[in-house]
Design a protein around this ligand. Structure first.
Ligand code: CTP
Ligand code: CA
Length: 491
């Protein structure tokens, strides 16, 4: 009798067909779900018009993911040549001109077919705040000039405006916590310390603070389903360039022909014009009467005297709240970790002092050794650093430590909670990203629906099912397994 072909067993055929279909389906789904990133991106551009300079940032995020879980990241930055836009008060058109190179750069960086749908924002901070106090018509003209220039770009220009100090502080905090993934997960947040040229911001969440004691320092957010009550304050004139003016004003009140400045290196010698020094609303009302045209700014390099002069620009005499930082400004108890960026980072990085596990006392000691180093030696050691920056690092380091400890009340114990940072996951720390996320509604108030399974869960389940099906298939082919048992021998 002809033996039946085991391949033709109906059960085997059905199982094999189902098995093959299932595997093909699974592979298709897996391939589709994990298809390579040929996805489209959207872009956003923010110009940070700071007091000392303007910078352009390009952000990008996956096109189908905006408005919820999409990761926005900085892909490029461009530093505008020349000073901040507020320096063009007497020739506003130059402020508009100055932005052109970075806009050209952005045109090359953002794919052409996305240009007209890419929002472009300009936010101005403390330099323009000071100019608007000093001469509001000049500040309007500067804004008009930059608007005219940006309207000519192919991007979707959304306007140029002055940020309030609260916005600047709050958006810096949003940036840091967004990039650290702290908002989506409802984790303890990181405070933000921003030191600019003309103003400085401190923003953090403090549990014992409900916002009622000083409403002007309170910003509330609902982000990804969590409520935040943020404390924030911006100190105009306490950015490091204006703080330097404050200390120089302090030392030139009697209109001297020369000063021996403890915050500058021994041997430093520069001529300063009184009218330049006092040309800022931060000090203009204190210009000494009958002073000569110039004074000689001599360095002395005396750290403890430098600390005293710097301390003298802070006012600790009055506080009508339960507690204050300085100048009568309310501040709740410091809480949690802090990220300190912009000039905090530039200065501490130059001084090799970004490591906050170095005890504060040791940091002070190293800074005083640096300050006491003669100017000639400093110049020799750093031939490629801009002289203006180089001359000021002793003052700036002393100012930063004084602001943090005397101003904000960080102690030897809480100092290690500060991290001096420039970038987080490739994006610069600063207010620009938070500003754009807010204006594009990219952080939802409520937590977005999460996928049924996390990616790892999905991959595990697909793998387990595939293995099971494979085993099933092998067993269904059992009739074809080679028989290993010995055939009974017929003698
Ligand atoms: N490598 C660098 C770059 C900048 N700076 C100094 O850092 C300060 C401020 O930098 P920044 O954060 O860019 O300030 P702005 O945004 O321009 O000012 P503001 O935020 O007050 O408007 C300036 O004194 C600038 O001279 C520095 O010391 N070293
Ligand atoms: Ca700034």
């Amino acid at each position: 009798m002809k033996e039946k072909n085991p391949w033709h067993t109906p059960v085997t055929i059905i199982i094999t067909v189902i098995g093959v279909i299932a595997i093909v389906a699974l592979v298709t789904v897996a391939v589709l779900q994990n298809r390579p990133l040929t996805q489209k991106y959207k872009y956003g551009i923010v110009l940070d018009a700071g007091s000392s300079h303007t910078a352009l940032y390009i952000y990008q995020w996956p096109a189908e993911k905006d408005n919820n879980t999409g990761r926005v990241e900085q892909t490029h930055s461009c530093k505008v040549k020349g000073p901040g836009i507020s320096s063009y008060a007497s020739e506003p058109w130059k402020a508009g001109e100055s932005l052109k190179d970075c806009i050209e750069d952005a045109k090359r960086r953002v794919p052409e077919k996305r240009h007209d749908e890419t929002p472009l924002y300009l936010g101005a901070t403390a330099g323009m705040r000071l100019l608007s106090i000093e001469d509001s018509s000049a500040s309007n003209k500067v804004f008009q000039a930059v608007e005219q220039s940006l309207q000519k770009s192919p991007f979707s220009f959304q306007g140029a405006r002055l940020l309030s100090g609260q916005e600047e502080g709050a958006f810096g905090w949003v940036t840091v916590n967004y990039l650290d993934d702290r908002l989506k997960q409802g984790l303890e947040t990181t405070g933000a310390l921003d030191l600019g040229g003309a103003s400085t911001q401190i923003s953090f969440v403090s549990n014992n603070y409900d916002g009622s004691e000083s409403p002007k320092n309170s910003v509330t957010f609902r982000l990804y389903g969590n409520d935040y009550n943020l404390y924030t304050n911006s100190f105009l004139c306490y950015g490091k360039d204006q703080a330097l003016r404050l200390t120089l004003a302090q030392q030139t009140q009697s209109g001297p022909r020369s000063i021996l400045d403890p915050c500058f290196h021994p041997g430093y010698n520069e001529t300063v014009t009184y009218s330049d020094l006092y040309d800022s609303p931060c000090v203009s009302d204190r210009k000494p009467q009958g002073a000569p045209v110039t004074f000689t700014h001599l360095g002395q390099g005396n750290s403890s005297q430098c600390q005293d002069v710097v301390k003298s620009i802070f006012n600790f005499t009055h506080c009508r709240y339960t507690q204050c930082s300085f100048n009568g400004v309310f501040q709740p108890l410091l809480q949690g970790p802090f990220g300190a960026f912009s000039a905090y980072y530039f200065v501490m990085n130059f001084l090799n002092l970004t490591d906050t596990s170095i005890p504060l006392e040791v940091v002070r000691k190293r800074l005083s050794i640096y300050c006491e180093t003669p100017w000639d030696q400093i110049k020799q050691r750093h031939p490629d650093v801009k002289l203006k920056y180089l001359a000021e690092y002793c003052f700036s380091g002393t100012y930063i430590l004084t602001l943090l400890t005397k101003g904000y009340n960080f102690t030897s114990e809480s100092y290690p909670n500060i991290k001096f940072i420039k970038k987080i996951k490739g994006s610069d720390a600063g207010w620009t990203l938070g500003y754009m996320l807010n204006l594009t509604n990219m952080i939802p108030a409520e937590a977005p629906d999460s996928p049924l399974l996390p990616h790892s869960g999905y991959v595990s389940i697909v793998t387990v099912i595939t293995v099971l099906l494979f085993v099933l298939l092998i067993f269904s082919l059992r009739p074809f397994w080679p028989r290993c048992s010995k055939q009974p021998q017929i003698i």
